[in-house]
Design a protein around this ligand. Structure first.
Ligand code: NZQ
Ligand code: ZN
Length: 384
């Protein structure tokens, strides 16, 4: 096992009716900016629950954070923060709203010239406004991690900012708030969670049996609960399990001391930036082909996935890896999630070329051992 440090200061408040606890979680003297998206929270009653819980608090609102939150929109919120002397940010919505809020928190305290550098150049975030969240979409794990993924419209780019300064102080998850999700978003969340766990798990073995068991236990639970929520969006118990899977899938607990590989996400982000695919749609396309390309180096972990989760009896690791790849793609398809670029009328060769060129320009090398050169990205994408 590799050396590690683990830190996560976020208080999780989970379950039915927990939005009512907001007033105990935020200091009443704070000037709050409530940040939300395109209005789902007004339709499903979450907005009203927040207003009710925070009666008498000093709240300004900022709406319009879009899916794949943009730098351009976040900067408008930063102006309000400065103008109104806001000193607490409350994100209410999905991962995009929370990621946008984390970025707003960091930029509001940033003194350099180009705030976008916090994401694109991974500059250290020295300070940030405190924030909390009410999460309405189980997917990103943003509620219990310190990452924020921001897109820039003007350059068609998507970058992640990471800093301990932007951990939410608290995150509230009431699974009932997810009943209003369209089925496509439910599916996206399940796939995103699956891929998070795999980015944390499917690399090479450094003898982390406990972490592997957690990762594979999470995947087993996800596969068991997913059909229930696809069938019935209001199955509370299944929703609660899916929500907690999503949170634990990316709070990094299950990967301490292990080796990570974020290449599926990095390639997927480019497909989103160029073609507007939803985050999870891009991942479902890339993961099976990336595994196929990197099978030899990932064989021991993929074989373990095949045997423990999918019941594969194959003794040969490479053959078992094929079983893992096939079953994973079948699982995505069983949810109704497409796994080919052609399903979205995107030409694979063109996409492969565009992403390759971009990574060449940036000098990007991906994978747990940096073996995924731009040319390898090309090989992966041309088979997508
Ligand atoms: O904008 P509103 O009107 O709120 O509607 C949203 C949005 O249209 C809607 N929605 C959210 N909760 C709802 C709901 N509709 C009905 N009922 C509800 N309860 O769903 C749509 C999608 O929301 P979004 O927040 O974009 O989805 P998600 O949570 O999947 O977030 C995706 C973003 O997170 C980033 C992705 O790249 C993408 O930008 N990621 C963030 C990560 C992190 N912070 O650690 C890691 C992930 O890998 C990911 O990259
Ligand atoms: Zn993701």
């Amino acid at each position: 096992m590799n050396n590690f440090e683990f830190y996560c200061p976020t208080k999780m408040v989970f379950g039915k009716g927990s939005i009512a606890k907001l007033s105990e979680l935020i200091d009443k003297n704070k000037k709050i900016l409530m940040v939300y998206g395109g209005g789902s929270i007004k339709k499903n009653g979450v907005y009203d629950q927040v207003q009710e819980a925070l009666k008498g608090f000093n709240i300004t609102e900022f709406s319009g954070i879009e899916p794949n939150p943009t730098y351009e929109t976040c900067m408008k919120a930063v102006e309000i923060v400065k103008r109104e002397n806001i000193d607490f940010l409350l994100a209410v919505g999905g991962g995009s709203v929370l990621d946008g809020t984390k970025f707003i928190a960091a930029v509001s305290k940033y003194e350099g010239e180009e705030p976008y550098d916090l994401a694109s150049k991974e500059l250290a975030v020295k300070d940030a406004l405190p924030l909390g969240s009410v999460m309405t979409l189980p997917a990103t794990g943003s509620e219990m991690n310190c990452a924020s993924v921001i897109s820039r419209l003007s350059t068609q780019e998507k970058f992640a900012m990471r800093s301990p300064k932007v951990y939410p102080q608290f995150s509230i998850i009431d699974p009932e708030t997810t009943y209003s999700l369209p089925i496509g978003q439910v599916r996206n969340g399940i796939v995103d969670t699956f891929v998070h766990v795999m980015e944390l798990y499917a690399t090479y073995d450094v003898n982390t049996p406990l972490q592997d068991s957690w990762a594979l236990g999470l995947i087993k639970t996800l596969i068991q609960e997913a059909p229930k929520v696809i069938k019935n969006n209001e199955d509370y118990d299944a929703k609660a399990n899916i929500c907690w899977c999503a949170t634990c899938g990316l709070n990094y607990w299950l990967s301490v001391g292990a080796v990570q590989d974020w290449s599926t996400h990095r390639i997927g982000h480019e497909l989103t930036a160029f073609y507007g695919l939803a985050h999870a749609q891009s991942l479902a396309i890339v993961l099976p082909r990336l595994w196929q390309e990197r099978k030899k180096d990932k064989a021991s972990k993929l074989a373990k996935l095949a045997r423990v989760v999918f019941g594969c009896q194959e003794l040969d690791d490479l053959k078992a890896s094929d079983c893992a790849i096939e079953n994973t793609e079948n699982f995505f398809n069983s949810l109704g999630m497409p796994t080919k670029l052609s399903d979205y009328d995107i030409n694979a060769l063109e996409a492969a070329q565009r992403v390759k060129e971009r990574f060449e320009t940036r000098g990007t090398l991906l994978g747990e051992d940096l073996k995924i050169t731009p040319q390898v990205v090309y090989e992966i994408l041309k088979n997508c």
